[in-house]
Design a protein around this ligand. Structure first.
Ligand code: SF4
Ligand code: SF4
Ligand code: SF4
Length: 267
């Protein structure tokens, strides 16, 4: 049901984040906010108003943002094609098509999309790989501002070659793993680290294969009409009830992993 899929062989835009070069200045986070007209407050975790975060993990900083999967689960599970894999590889979201089912939020293997729980017209929010820039050949706001070159953007194949060469030239500095080269079938965002990825909060158990293939193995067994009818009814009922809840009690936020106070939801 994806609206559009990158044509085979089309150049996938990517982003390389080298954690060993990152000084934690947060310029990337600020530039992202300015460029996307988001409020300047930086939330500690990803939120509906913070599309990327930089965390200190031991002696190293680490960034998180949408991985722009080559075969994105969020796109494949969306019943109304509100998420799109663009020809350049950016995974984007169309609010006007979204019915608020949050399948994308639940399906993302990297726990990235956030939902505007407080809004009367809630949207799913996440990094869009600066499509307004990268679709015209420009670089992302976060790579443009980065003072150390820790974040850079460009064609994924070129970034992969850079990452491989860095590991080859400096085996003492990097763990021999380019995160995103193979995870979930490959991602547009690639990460280098000087310490094992599991120590900086990156899931190394995430499956190697593209998740959508597995998703559809299950979903295609359910008749299309039943699935869509149920989803539309469920989604509409959820939106109506949610808006009533917010009207009655604006503080009643129902984050998807609220007990930990860390995952999901707006800040
Ligand atoms: S990281 Fe999650 S939100 Fe981003 S493209 Fe992949 S599945 Fe979609
Ligand atoms: S690529 Fe663009 S939208 Fe994504 S984190 Fe960087 S500045 Fe923000
Ligand atoms: S701008 Fe560059 S150096 Fe600064 S926190 Fe972001 S990635 Fe790290």
């Amino acid at each position: 049901m994806a609206k559009e899929t990158a044509a085979p062989g089309a150049e996938q835009i990517g982003l390389l984040y080298d954690a060993t070069l990152c000084i934690g200045c947060l310029e990337c986070v600020r530039a992202c906010k300015t460029d996307h007209d988001l409020p300047p407050e930086i939330t500690p975790d990803l939120s509906a108003t913070t599309y990327t975060v930089v965390e200190k993990k031991g002696e190293q900083y680490i960034r998180r943002l949408c991985m722009h999967c080559i075969d994105p689960t969020c796109v494949s599970v969306c019943p109304v094609a509100a998420l799109t894999k663009e020809p350049g590889g950016q995974v984007t979201y169309d609010w006007s098509a979204c019915m608020g089912c949050r399948y994308c939020v639940m399906a993302c293997p990297f726990n990235i999309p956030r939902y505007e729980w407080h809004s009367y017209n809630p949207r799913v929010q996440k990094c869009d790989l600066c499509i307004h820039r990268t679709s015209k050949g420009g670089e992302t706001a976060c790579s443009w501002i980065c003072p150390t070159g820790a974040t850079q953007s460009g064609p994924r194949e070129e970034l992969l070659a850079i990452a491989r060469k860095r590991i080859e030239d400096h085996p003492d500095r990097y763990v021999p793993h380019i995160y995103g080269e193979k995870e979930v079938g490959g991602t547009g965002v690639l990460v280098l680290s000087g310490v094992p990825f599991e120590e900086v909060g990156y899931d190394t158990d995430v499956i190697a294969n593209a998740v959508p293939a597995l998703t559809w193995k299950v979903m295609k067994k359910i008749p299309y009409v039943i699935v869509n009818g149920a989803i539309v009814r469920g989604g509409l009922a959820w939106i109506i009830n949610r808006r009533k809840d917010v009207e009655r009690n604006p503080e009643a936020v129902d984050d998807r992993k609220k007990p930990s106070g860390k995952e999901g939801g707006e800040e």
